[in-house]
Write a protein of this length. Structure first.
Lengths: 622, 177
């Protein structure tokens, strides 16, 4: 009896004693300069010691930009064991510091928003997909992209159960190691992106077999049957209509690393069905061995680099009646491809993806390519593609380069000041009293607290705005507020009396059209986004630190969710000591214009948040 | 104000004179068709204009919230000042604080008004940029060589060349895209 009791106690203790299996924690960082370690997360707290520049420590428990600092060899993750606290800004990750493990699922595996099967699904990893994992806890890993450099749990894509993850194999490109074959149970559209509004790529016939990869929101990534390269996605199709391969189906074996001959010629002839939106095609040397994340077009070996011989207006489509998009100045280096009826698509010079949807605009080929005498800038440029010379044709197309009045030049980094439209707020509105009352003598007495309290209650809520007088913003003649706009006839050389021409100072990163999807590289709170720009901005009345963000969405989210996202982005990208403003742009919203949502933060947090529904006109959200 | 209105009148006259000169200079052989668009009506009557006004209202409410918060802080301090139990030093400190907050509050109100004006200008510019493309299309389709957008320079306009309704209709169609 006593012995059985003894063993029972041992068993219970064994179950309740903490496991000695060490879960990975902390991160090795180094001090970029002599750095104090303090007793608390406060610059005024008692200094305990000072780290030398370059000294390495282990850090964890990040809070309010302060880390808890540990010895590098510390194994027990407890804040009590910390040496102290240091300001995180001066602790940088060790270069090439290894963290995490590269693993792959041994079956199709869900990634969820939390460590449990009840959490929302984020994405499905296919068997063999490489991922980086870390922060093992309760049998679940935090999952990161393979190339993720920052060891930060907030940057995780999600969480997956550890037992189905195995160390990654060297080669995951054999046809058997990823994906599966399925067939369409009806005529099925393949689209460029996993949503029903995305452009059509091709149509699968009923019964046609394809290979499918990742599933995103119920849509499969679709590949050619037998495809071995997981980066060569044809498009996306609704998973509901893709059933497992029929019995007896044998996928074809495909040779790796070769472009299809018909795809190469199609690229030159621009056949719409085999547009390079779906196929990655190379014109020149055979493709090298590729990694999981490489793609043909990523090597940049496509298109021709040209220097514009004169100022050229690009159009949205390859025809003269299309709308103008942007203006290229003389001597600018661009990449051209996708010839159609004598027109070519124009790309930024460093564009890596050969996709027609990524053009800046279209121009007649003969305007872009000179007969001879390439500019010095071309020779100095170290791009791999060569420049082709095409005899220049004489046509009326040359006139269009100078004729007419361009619709809009690309906004310069510092746009020329526009004339302020003659707009007045309605005089009857309450907010006028706030400013007009300053002029009254009684209210000038600021020492009187009673009157100031009364004054404080005045508001600036505008009633329905009477935009009483205004002129179109871009029209101006001499110093008057004229609004005459002359639109020249089609054959004239174009006379413009009004407006200002903005000089377009094109930089490669600025050439992109402002409504194009710039892609996303981060995920927070379930939102995919990309921080496009961060800089200090001065207006007539204030100075703030602006953070421009593109958020990729299919449907309009709640204001609270966006506000939450803005707050997270602010915390990660803010600059202290100045008002911060986060501008959120949605797909289709012109990024040269007002953002959809604006959130302002001072040192303590969110001060203001508002949205502009009017900028959604013409997008899929309105 | 008088100077401004005189200046505007002079400017309008100069503009009218320039217009006449240009019209005379244009080739006589080309039939000159002149149209007119009233920007005020575009803003007031189009759907995008009314949504922009709602956006502005929302911004005003947001600014209002901040100003009210600032006012409440001042009021709370004043209530404390009325407390008889304060020492002279404390009272002086609080009064200084009130004076500072009041100054900040005034700046805040002024800045908020300016920001609303700037936002209004921004939204108008955004709408007119959209209308610009529509205007250009209309002009090319209907062979207009000039489109006037300032009602001040117009003495009389026939409805047949008033393109405002067309512009509004096209702007409203953007919503349905």
């Amino acid at each position: 009896m006593k012995r059985s009791l003894f063993f029972a106690i041992l068993l219970v203790l064994g179950l309740t004693l903490p496991s000695f299996a060490q879960e990975e924690w902390g991160e090795i960082r180094y001090a970029v300069r002599p750095l104090n370690v303090r007793a608390d997360r406060d610059a005024g707290a008692r200094r305990i010691t000072t780290l030398k520049q370059g000294e390495r420590v282990k850090v964890d428990y990040l809070k309010d930009d302060w880390y808890a600092v540990f010895r590098v060899g510390e194994t027990v993750r407890s804040e009590k064991n910390a040496l102290g606290y240091s300001f995180g800004k001066y602790l940088k990750p060790v270069a090439n510091a290894r963290w995490g493990r590269i693993m792959q699922p041994d079956r199709n595996l869900n990634v969820r928003t939390g460590r449990g099967p009840g959490y929302r699904h984020v994405v499905t990893l296919m068997k063999g997909d490489k991922i980086k994992v870390d922060f093992l806890k309760d049998g679940w890993y935090a999952v990161f992209k393979v190339d993720e450099k920052r060891r930060d749990p907030d940057r995780a894509i999600g969480y997956s159960i550890a037992k189905y993850l195995v160390p990654a194999k060297a080669d995951t490109h054999s046809a058997d190691s990823w994906g599966e074959h399925r067939h369409a149970d009806r005529m099925l559209t393949v689209r460029k992106e996993p949503n029903p509004r995305s452009p059509h790529v091709r149509t699968l016939q009923k019964g046609e077999h394809v290979k499918v990869g990742k599933m995103i929101k119920g849509w499969y990534a679709v590949y050619e049957p037998g495809e071995t390269d997981s980066s060569r996605i044809v498009g996306y199709s609704n998973g509901k209509y893709l059933l497992p391969a029929k019995s007896g189906y044998t996928p074809p074996t495909r040779k790796r690393s070769r472009a299809k001959p018909e795809a190469s010629s199609a690229a030159k002839k621009s056949q719409p069905k085999q547009s390079a939106d779906t196929q990655t095609v190379k014109k020149s040397t055979p493709e090298p061995e590729k990694s999981a994340t490489d793609s043909t077009a990523a090597s940049g070996v496509w298109g021709d680099i040209v220097s514009t011989p004169r100022k050229i207006i690009l159009r949205e489509k390859p025809n003269e009646s299309a709308e103008e998009s942007i203006i290229l100045q003389r001597g600018e280096l661009v990449k051209i491809d996708f010839e159609k009826n004598g027109w070519v698509g124009v790309f930024p010079i460093n564009e890596s993806k050969r996709q027609e949807s990524r053009v800046l605009g279209w121009a007649p080929r003969n305007l872009l390519v000179q007969k001879s005498g390439t500019s010095d800038s071309l020779e100095a440029f170290n791009a791999k593609p060569t420049v082709k010379h095409v005899p220049q044709k004489t046509d009326s197309g040359q006139q269009q380069a100078v004729s007419g009045k361009p619709k809009t030049t690309r906004p310069a980094a510092k746009p020329a000041p526009r004339p302020t439209p003659e707009v007045e707020l309605k005089k009857e509105t309450a907010q006028k009293t706030a400013t007009e009352s300053e002029k009254t003598p009684a209210e000038k007495d600021r020492a009187s607290s009673a009157s100031s309290a009364t004054q404080a209650r005045s508001t600036v809520t505008p009633k329905p705005v009477e935009m009483s007088k205004m002129a179109p913003a871009r029209t101006r003649s001499s110093s008057t507020s004229s609004s005459v706009q002359i639109t020249p006839s089609q054959k004239s050389s174009g006379v413009s009396m009004s407006g200002e021409r903005k000089k377009s100072r094109l930089k490669p990163e600025d050439i992109r059209r402002d409504t194009r999807n710039p892609g996303t590289d981060e995920v927070r709170h379930g939102f995919r986004f990309k921080v496009l720009d961060k800089k200090e901005i001065r207006t007539r009345i204030e100075r703030f630190y602006g953070i421009v963000v593109f958020v990729d969405l299919d449907t309009l989210p709640d204001s609270e969710a966006l506000q939450d996202l803005a707050a997270t982005i602010w915390k990660e990208n803010r600059r202290n000591g100045i008002l911060n403003q986060v501008n959120l742009y949605l797909p289709g919203v012109d990024r040269s214009g007002p953002a959809y949502a604006v959130a302002r933060f001072d040192e303590n947090g969110n001060v203001e948040y508002w949205e502009r529904k009017s900028v959604l006109f013409g997008t899929r959200f309105y | 104000m008088q100077i401004m209105s005189t200046y505007r009148r002079l400017s309008a006259l100069m503009l009218a004179a320039t217009l006449m000169t240009v019209l005379a200079a244009l080739p006589a052989s080309a039939a000159q068709k002149v149209g007119f668009v009233n920007p005020q009506r575009v803003i007031n009557e189009s759907r995008i204009g009314s949504v922009a006004q709602q956006d502005l209202t929302r911004l005003g409410e947001e600014k209002d919230k901040v100003i009210r918060k600032s006012a409440e802080e001042i009021n709370a301090l004043q209530l404390e000042l009325e407390n008889a139990g304060l020492s002279a030093a404390e009272r002086q400190l609080k009064q200084e604080r009130v004076r500072l907050l009041v100054r900040q509050h005034d700046d805040l109100v002024k800045r908020s008004n300016e920001q609303i004006k700037m936002e209004e200008a921004r939204l108008i510019q955004f709408i007119m940029k959209k209308a610009d493309g529509i205007l250009r299309d209309l002009a090319q389709r209907k062979d207009y060589s000039m489109i006037i957008t300032d009602p001040n320079v117009i003495g009389y306009i026939d409805n047949s060349v008033d393109l405002t309704d067309d512009v509004i209709e096209q702007l409203d169609k953007l919503e349905k895209k």
